[in-house]
Ligand binder design. Structure first.
Ligand code: F6R
Length: 608
């Protein structure tokens, strides 16, 4: 949450900071700001509430110049959305931008007030700025040493970049369990929360690790731990193409990402499907088979859309590999006293690999006797990947739209491959081959449905002014209904809830009237007859029904059919996700909502 970019350069940094901020806006867009040291060695700070474009307009009018500076896009945690709470925060000569949460800010604030500091914001970041200033005044140390002395007093997971106006030749970056990446230039260097902010200026990067304090100058970089020992971090070359993060012909990133799914899934499958219809996960190494054979229970932990993917896989793991599987919301996993089952294996799922709740669950799991842990993640180099025993990449490519789309379907693709692999190791006949055959068809089947978007567009025009909607499904289509409802609520702000179809009669049926459309996901399978009964229960109570199915059945006028082609069983849940994504997208488009940046949300949720 919150995006940081900073630079020390030969040229004017304004363009670097503002372009970088635009790329980081997915991390928070409540307000943004920047601060530079200008030619006269003064601090120039510009901040404003709202989207980064507003800041850019303001900055452009001022025509400022500087070769060292920091910028920040905020997702409010401490204090309301206001200019005063917007970063950078300044205490005399100290400038700070910060991502994450300081847990002991109240105590430090009280202390600093007794030392005469006046607070202009409610943020924990201003506490850090004043603390560093107080410490520097007391010790007269360099800002790097002051930071080394102060980090023990700062409790929480955070990252920050600091400039001391009195030494405008270096940026100091601190990484405490929240990501920061250094971008290496020629005679200039950069730092950001995500490499995406720097891809237009460099391809060479260095990830900071927990506890690192980096001193970044124009021509050199030194990384220290808090005991002042120099640490070496590996330089990596990014293959991500800058072009791939542009919207291209699409109106929104979400639309682009929905349409990218056939290609993303192909990338997910690439080099993992063998010609003899078996699966290989070369990246897991040789231990994989031995380890997987021992698994007697699978525990999956994730949040939001990633949680919904996990829920689908629970049905797969249990029915296809005969392995008991429990799925848990990460924040709940970390909120209770856990008892791990015998020979249980932990899986985390995350697009960003930085979700604080999921990370915290992983860290907590290490105190228990799991066989091991694996993460299914889209971001190589993310904290979750670094801290996990095993990693399977979803290879979805960068996802910018705050509402996850291609992440979800590629997560399901990896999970289905994992199911196939475990079924094979458990000698469950033919499952692996059947799954591989199905997976090979998946990209084309998705293209087919994307080409028929008009069908969904028409329904969106009928539904966009509704206030509430229900989504129902049975079996693995229940979590698909959950994902459909989540997509709709987050980008259209329509209240949407998902239910297991059989559960409706246990309470929610009372809600049914002609104003609450019910979306039913009902492909032909062994549960179809049961869900038909649920449809009857709704239609006989005058509910307005939209059935997504490869079948039509004779019903009253209030039942509308969205007829989809038949799709092979294993991949059908992935396939049925697409029309629901499109439905949410076109409803939000009709409502003229800010689809890529829904209110109050951020793409990467790095606070618990
Ligand atoms: C919904 C959405 C969120 C994320 C959740 C977890 O469209 O994007 O619900 O799925 O915040 O994020 P990751 O997968 O990055 O851990």
């Amino acid at each position: 949450m919150c995006g940081i970019i900073a630079a020390i350069t030969q040229r004017n940094i304004i363009d670097i900071l503002t372009k970088g901020l635009k790329k980081l806006e997915y991390r928070g867009y409540d307000s943004s700001g920047l601060a530079i040291i200008n030619n006269e060695k003064n601090i120039v700070r510009i901040r404003c509430v709202g989207k980064v474009n507003k800041l850019i307009n303001k900055v452009n009018k001022k025509k400022i110049f500087g070769t060292i500076g920091v910028a920040h896009t905020r997702w409010a945690t401490h204090g309301i959305v206001s200019k005063e709470n917007t970063h950078p925060h300044i205490s005399s000569n100290i400038i700070v931008v910060h991502n994450g949460i300081l847990e002991n800010d109240a105590l430090l604030r009280d202390f600093l007030k007794t030392q005469g500091y006046i607070f202009r914001s409610n943020t924990d970041t201003e506490v850090i700025a004043h603390l560093l200033h107080w410490e520097q005044n007391k010790t007269k140390h360099s800002i790097k040493n002051v930071i080394q002395d102060s980090v023990n007093k700062l409790h929480g997971n955070y990252s920050m970049v600091v400039i001391d106006k009195n030494n405008p030749l270096e940026l100091i970056a601190v990484c405490s369990k929240s990501p920061l990446i250094i971008g290496l230039g020629i005679g200039e260097n950069f730092i950001a929360s995500d490499q995406i902010a720097l891809l237009n200026i460099t391809k060479r990067f260095m990830y900071l690790e927990d506890g690192d304090i980096a001193v970044i100058k124009k021509k050199d970089i030194n990384i220290f731990n808090k005991n002042d020992f120099i640490i070496h971090r590996k330089e990596i070359f990014s293959n991500i193409k800058y072009k791939t993060v542009k919207k291209g012909k699409y109106r929104h990133y979400m639309e682009k990402e929905i349409y990218e799914q056939p290609v993303s899934i192909k990338n997910t499958l690439e080099n993992r499907l063998n010609k003899n219809n078996t699966i290989n996960f070369l990246e897991l190494g040789k231990q994989e088979d031995v380890l997987f054979c021992k698994i007697e229970h699978i525990h999956i932990v994730a949040c939001g859309t990633s949680y919904n993917a996990a829920m689908v896989s629970k049905y797969w793991f249990e029915s296809l590999t005969n392995t008991p599987c429990d799925v848990e919301i990460a924040s709940e996993f970390s909120s209770r006293t856990l008892a791990a089952r015998k020979n249980s294996f932990l899986i985390t799922i995350s697009q960003s690999g930085e979700t604080a709740d999921t990370l915290s669950a992983l860290r907590q799991s290490k105190k228990l006797k799991y066989l091991g842990n694996l993460t299914i993640c889209n971001m190589e180099g993310s904290t979750l990947v670094k801290e996990s025993d095993y990693y399977l990449s979803t290879n979805a490519g960068i996802e910018i739209g705050v509402a996850s789309t291609k992440s979800f379907t590629t997560q399901l693709t990896v999970l289905l491959m994992l199911v196939a692999k475990i079924a094979n190791l458990k000698k469950i006949n033919n499952i692996e081959k059947k799954i591989v055959k199905n997976l090979n068809m998946l990209p084309n089947r998705i293209t087919e449905i994307l080409e028929n978007k008009q069908l969904i567009k028409n329904i969106a025009t009928q539904l966009f002014n509704k206030k509430h909607m229900l989504f129902i499904g049975r079996g693995e289509y229940y979590p698909i209904a959950m994902e459909g409802a989540l997509k709709l609520k987050e980008i259209s702000y329509i209240h949407a809830e998902a239910y297991a179809a059989g559960e409706l009669k246990h309470g929610p049926l009372a809600l049914i009237d002609k104003d609450i459309p019910v979306i039913v996901i009902a492909p032909k399978n062994t549960l179809l007859e049961k869900i038909k009964k649920n449809i009857k229960e709704i239609s006989s109570r005058s509910g307005l029904i939209y059935v997504f199915s490869d079948q039509t059945f004779n019903y009253e006028e209030n039942v509308n059919f969205i007829t989809l082609p038949y799709v092979e069983t294993f991949i059908a849940p992935i396939f049925y996700t697409i029309p629901l994504q499109l439905l949410a997208y076109y409803i939000a488009l009709n409502k003229n909502k800010n689809i890529d940046k829904p209110r109050h949300l951020a793409k990467s949720v790095t606070v618990e």
